[in-house]
Design a protein around this ligand. Sequence first.
Ligand code: FES
Length: 140
Amino acid sequence: MENFEPTIIAFVCNWCTYTAADLAGTSRLFYPKNIRLIRVMCTGMVDPQYIIKAFLEGADSVLISGCHPGDCHYINGNYKARRRIKLLKEILPQFGFDPQRLRLTWIGASDGIQFAEIMRDLTLQMKALGPSQTKLKMVI
Ligand code: FES
């Protein structure tokens, strides 16, 4: 288990978190290679089916990250995302998913340092949790 490297799928908003990831990269800030970024135009377009599919196909964690409340470029997409994630976290255990593996954050375009910190923190948290049971069930 000590060599476990989690796979983390991150749906990131084009306008804020993706830009922060780009800034982290150009600033040469370290963050783990475990993160797979999926660039979306807004967190409001992340359908819960995408999240479930990511878990079923082997993600150990799914992160949704976008503009801070009030800064969404599509007015209220991030508020919709926040409501969806809250509901999803409540029903995930009924389907055998651990809600701790789903995270929602707000990372602004100029927050490259925060982006790298959150990615390091999430990776450490997933290493401590171990492989997703959903993934293990699929392998068996
Ligand atoms: S445009 Fe970034 S969360 Fe909506």
